[in-house]
Design a binder for this molecule. Structure first.
Ligand code: NAP
Length: 236
């Protein structure tokens, strides 16, 4: 087991009230980092992970340019830099034929899964270039490389995220910045268990296994890895 120390790092986790984001916030905080999390729904603001006392939680709609710009400016003013960004904002829409899919639903998938990733990257990268250090990890999905059918909007948006990551990684390749994404299959979350009560949960990816992969991609040990899309499929 690799021992991590992120005590000299400023870490931004978008979507830190979510199933994965909350555990990431917990992980980085308990490994010494200065952590900032974002949330959207005011009611969920108080859902903070254990050990996260003192963590900054900032409301931000990551699909809105001015919200993301203000978020990054506020962090820059307070901490001077962002070393690590893990963007967990995203959403799923499946089980619907393309014939029945509304344009609004298509746009919502692209907004949540791709526009969010674009905006947060657009505003964080300049800070990382300025400090000469950065680790960015986005959460795509295995569906981004292998669609199931009846998931065209979700699969297309997550596929787009993979190419986005590849493109940005090449853009910043001459700097000490890496940009990667992870491709989990179904994650063992409470909301998935509620939605699919008859499924075999044992086959699902555990959140702590996903957090471990992301931690590695945010560490110095992975400094040679950039532009990758890492499948996370094993229910360990
Ligand atoms: N769960 C899975 O099986 C699975 C599988 C493959 C990939 N993924 C991907 O993994 C990532 C995390 O999934 P998850 O299950 O942890 O999701 P989740 O529990 O639904 O959490 C989503 C997070 O995103 C935030 N959010 C939603 N819309 C937002 C917006 N417009 N602006 C800012 N924040 C917004 C939510 O904030 P509030 O809580 O305040 O609403 C929440 O913090 C997503 O990108 C998802 O697509 C998930």
């Amino acid at each position: 087991m690799i021992k991590y120390d992120f005590s000299d790092k400023v870490v931004l986790i978008t979507g830190s009230t979510g199933a994965v984001g909350s555990q990431l916030l917990d992980f980085f905080t308990s490994h010494g980092a200065t952590t900032i999390g974002t949330y959207l729904d005011e009611k969920k603001r108080n859902i903070t992970p254990s050990g996260s006392e003192g963590v900054d939680l900032i409301r931000c709609n990551t699909t809105i340019d001015s919200d993301v710009s203000s978020l990054v400016s506020a962090i820059s003013r307070k901490h001077g830099r962002i070393d690590i960004l893990v963007n967990t904002v995203g959403g799923y829409l499946g089980g619907k034929s393309v014939v029945l899919l509304e344009e609004e639903e298509w746009n919502k998938m692209f907004s949540l899964n791709l526009v969010s990733a674009f905006l947060i990257t657009k505003y964080v990268v300049p800070l990382m270039l300025q400090s000469g250090y950065g680790r960015i990890v986005h959460i795509s999905s295995y569906t981004g490389i292998s669609a199931q059918g009846f998931d065209s909007a979700y699969a297309s948006s997550k596929a787009g995220l993979i190419r986005f990551v590849e493109s940005i990684s090449k853009e910043v390749k001459d700097h000490n910045l890496t940009v990667n994404c992870v491709l989990p299959s179904i994650i063992d979350t409470q909301s998935n268990r509620k939605m699919m009560p008859d499924a075999n949960f044992k086959q699902w990816v555990k959140i702590d296994a996903l957090v471990t992969v992301i931690a590695f991609l945010c560490s110095d040990g992975s400094r040679a890895i950039t532009g990758s899309a890492v499948p996370v499929l094993k229910p360990t």
